[in-house]
Design a protein around this ligand. Sequence first.
Ligand SMILES: Nc1ncnc2c1ncn2[C@@H]1O[C@H](COP(=O)(O)OP(=O)(O)OP(=O)(O)O)[C@@H](O)[C@H]1O
Length: 280
Amino acid sequence: MTSVQAPVLRVDALTVHRRQRGGADHAVLRDVSLTVAPGELVMLIGPNGAGKSTLLAAVSGDLAPASGRIDFDGKPLASWHRKTLAQRRAVLPQRAGLSLPFTVQEVIKLGCLARTGSHATLTRIVNEAAAAAGVDHLAHRSMTQLSGGEQARVHLARVLAQIWPEGGRAAQTGTEPTRNLLLLDEPCASLDPHHQHAVCTVVRDFAHRTGTGVVITMHDMNLAGQYGDRVVALLDGAVVADGTPRDVLTRTFVQQCFAVDAARIDADGGLLVATRPWAG
Ligand SMILES: Nc1ncnc2c1ncn2[C@@H]1O[C@H](COP(=O)(O)OP(=O)(O)OP(=O)(O)O)[C@@H](O)[C@H]1O
């Protein structure tokens, strides 16, 4: 992880409007600035409606900003060719959706649509991404017959396959960072605790090993505290905190931002955060 390197993602003074009922535009993001370094895992937190998904949609190129600038790997996002962008930037939306009767393997293969490479290489990428997301044992099952959490992990495998290193699992270690970007909107929301930790571990290792910049939106401050290299908090469309988990996730901050009380345990593996109701 190399915060001194030029960022993979730079967002400067971004304002995004969305149309509310009655037709008036409303600023959902206001003057948001953020950087993600190669190999850095940024946890984006904030209450419901704070603007996390809107920020990811803008950074994905799906929502046009009213003002401000988004650069991916040093160039304006809008200047990237669609296919090149698809080879370098993968996005898991909050509602990945797809419930057509495809097999798990077929869905993960969809992640490789913009890739080039031999059949053997693409098959290996699909298998490795499936194993990383813990769905390799489901390869031939139909998506319609999977649980919600299983489907969520298949979609994670699909977006991992999109930017999975061609040379295999060990290929990137010690080499130049890929400077790719991975955006995951609440990948843990429907997962049991074992799979929440497994997914966070896999994604953090993927970021550090390949030099991919990663942004994960997250409500679970315990996971954000343990796995984030940095935590960025949004409140009412503005960045209200940006720093290490230990600096950001203080008891006072959690109370003020989320209206819950928090207890912290500093552990070897990272910061553990437990929450309970707060009278305020
Ligand atoms: N398609 C849309 N059209 C108009 N307004 C929208 C749309 N989607 C979201 N909004 C509004 O934009 C604001 C930010 O929503 P967003 O989905 O970005 O929040 P979020 O932080 O991701 O919330 P959550 O934690 O509930 O997923 C909210 O006020 C929401 O009502």
